[in-house]
Structures are given as structure tokens and as C-alpha cells.
Write a protein that binds this ligand. Structure first.
Ligand code: HH2
Length: 290
């Protein structure tokens, strides 16, 4: 049974059906920043590893984020390990973590994105109701991912990534070159341009300074003419400026996301949906009163 999506008091008429034609256009047409809530069904995510591995806890958290105003729920069953130490997770293990959770989460009525690096997992998740692919390797690692996206006709988040940070690198030039390669792969697979979101990959193969640069100079990526997503939530660059453990980085996450939106981000990816939604509402109210 499909549950009605919960709404916060004062929040009306913004829910987008989970699998709908032109999903991305409809999300971007909300007229405010789109909030993607993070659901990690992993034992080892950098911020919340182990908290939502239990299926009931995962579903409770997804329901809570939906009620807090998440426009998308991003579910991942393998830590992307932005800070190294990757522990490879088999397809079977990734599916074992997803299977008890995914149908119930998609039934909440909020579009679900699947955060996976594996084409076989993406295909299974999209068949089970996920509506967006989030690939932290920008279609460049598992080359079958582009075909899966094209076949399902779903939106895809192409994220910039590198095996290792290089402090000497012009990070904006590297991001532009990476996106150019990813867009070529997407074109050749037949993925429509209006289904693509670009993400500079905050914390991935970047020094803290380069992560800050990517947010500060985000507007340069507008030249691709595609929507931009920023995921700064609780990331380590915040600690480099204002030392704090991951769950104490909410202020830094919100500051980053507000400035990212000012610099052109259409979507933000966050662990802290309620605080982020509140920050955007207040920013909009203040802007509106200028
Ligand atoms: N960051 C993480 C994972 N997936 N996807 C996109 N598009 N952009 C991001 O910035 C991004 C992402 C890392 O955060 P988290 O999911 O909390 O950690 P982990 O990968 O360790 O589960």
C-alpha cells in the first residue's frame, strides 16, 4: 500500500510523485532549492555508518526525512568513502542491504535516487522503484551504468571524482574536463541532456581547500547549462576550518549549501533535512523582503 507523503505544517502541494515523466523538470520547477535527504544503509559511512543498517530504522529515518520536507531520498548501500579506505562491497551484499528497505522507502511517495557504483545494482533498484541514478564516478567507472540510465530513461547525477587529491591541481579545470568526458559517455549511450545533473563531488579526491574552491567557484560550472547538485553535508573540509566531529558539522553544512545555492546549485544533498529546509525557507523570506 502506498502511504501518503507527510508534510510539515505550512508546507503544501510540493510533493512530486515518485516515478513521473519529466521528474527532473518537475523537481527543478519547484521554484526553490531541491533537498535530497541521505539514507545510508551501510555499516561504515563516514558520518552515520551503522545507524540505519537495520531495515526498520532505515525506514523510520526515510519517513522522518520525507516528513521534514525532503524532495528526493538518496539511498546508498555501499559507502563511497570520500576519504579513502574503500572496502569493496559485493553486488550480493549491496542488494542484501537494499532489498528489505527499498520497496518500503519508494512507497513513501518521495522520488528515490539510488547511490551506487554498480550497473547491476542500479538496474535492480530502478526496476524496484528508484527513479534517479546517483553515480559518484560520473559514468566513468562502470561503463554499463550509462546504458542502464538510457534504458530506464531516468535522471542521472554525474559526480566529479578522483582516485587521489592533488593539491597542485587546478580543481575547476579538472572538474570541467571530467564533466566533458562524462557528457560524451552519456551522449554516446543516448542519455538525454535534460536528464543530467552535474555535481562537483565535494570531498572526493579533493583537498579541503579544493572542496571550498569548488563551492566558491561553482557558478563557473553553469556554462554546461545543466542543473548543479552540491553535497557538502558534514564533510571534512568543514572540520578543516572549524574543527568538529561529523555530527557537529551542521552549521558548516548549512552555510555551504546556502552559498552553493547562491552560486547556482539547484539541488543539495544533506543528512539534516529539517535544518536545511528551515534555512532555505528563512533565506527565501529574507530575500523576498529586500
Ligand atoms: N557524497 C557522498 C556520497 N554520495 N553523491 C553525490 N552525488 N554527491 C556527494 O557529494 C556525495 C554522494 C558521501 O556522503 P555519505 O553518503 O554520507 O557517506 P558515505 O559515502 O560514506 O556513505
Amino acid at each position: 500500500m502506498t502511504e501518503a507523503r507527510a508534510t510539515l505544517p505550512g508546507q503544501t502541494g510540493t510533493a512530486i510523485p515518485p516515478k513521473t515523466p519529466n521528474l527532473l523538470a518537475r523537481l527543478l520547477g519547484l521554484g526553490r532549492p531541491v533537498v535530497m535527504g541521505i539514507l545510508n544503509v551501510t555499516p561504515d559511512s563516514f558520518s552515520d555508518g551503522g545507524r540505519f543498517l537495520d531495515p526498520q530504522r532505515a525506514l523510520d529515518h526515510a519517513r522522518r526525512m520525507a516528513g521534514e520536507g525532503a524532495d528526493i531520498l538518496d539511498i546508498g548501500a555501499e559507502s563511497t568513502r570520500p576519504y579513502g579506505g574503500a572496502v569493496a562491497v559485493s553486488r550480493e551484499e549491496e542488494m542484501r542491504r537494499l532489498e528489505p528497505v527499498l520497496p518500503a522507502v519508494t512507497a513513501l511517495g518521495v522520488p528515490v535516487s539510488i547511490d551506487t557504483m554498480k550497473a547491476s545494482v542500479a538496474a535492480a533498484a530502478l526496476a524496484a522503484g528508484a527513479a534517479i541514478l546517483n553515480d559518484v564516478w560520473g559514468l566513468q567507472r562502470d561503463r554499463d551504468l550509462a546504458r542502464v540510465v538510457a534504458e530506464h530513461g531516468v535522471p542521472v547525477v554525474i559526480m566529479h571524482n578522483r582516485e587521489a587529491a592533488d593539491p597542485a591541481l587546478d580543481i575547476m579545470a579538472d572538474i570541467v574536463a571530467f564533466f566533458t568526458r562524462s557528457l560524451d559517455i552519456a551522449d554516446r549511450a543516448g542519455i538525454a541532456r535534460d536528464q543530467i545533473v552535474l555535481d562537483p563531488g565535494i570531498g572526493f579526491g579533493k583537498t579541503p581547500t579544493q572542496s571550498i574552491t569548488a563551492i566558491a567557484r561553482l557558478s563557473e560550472l553553469r556554462s554546461f547549462g545543466l542543473p548543479l547538485l552540491v553535497g557538502a553535508s558534514r564533510k571534512r573540509f568543514i572540520d578543516s576550518v572549524s574543527p568538529a566531529s561529523p555530527d557537529q558539522r551542521i552549521g558548516g553544512s548549512i552555510a555551504s549549501h546556502l552559498l552553493a545555492v547562491e552560486n547556482g546549485a539547484a539541488i543539495v544533498r544533506t543528512h539534516d533535512v529539517a535544518a536545511t529546509v528551515q534555512a532555505f525557507r528563512i533565506a527565501a523570506a529574507i530575500r523576498g523582503a529586500r
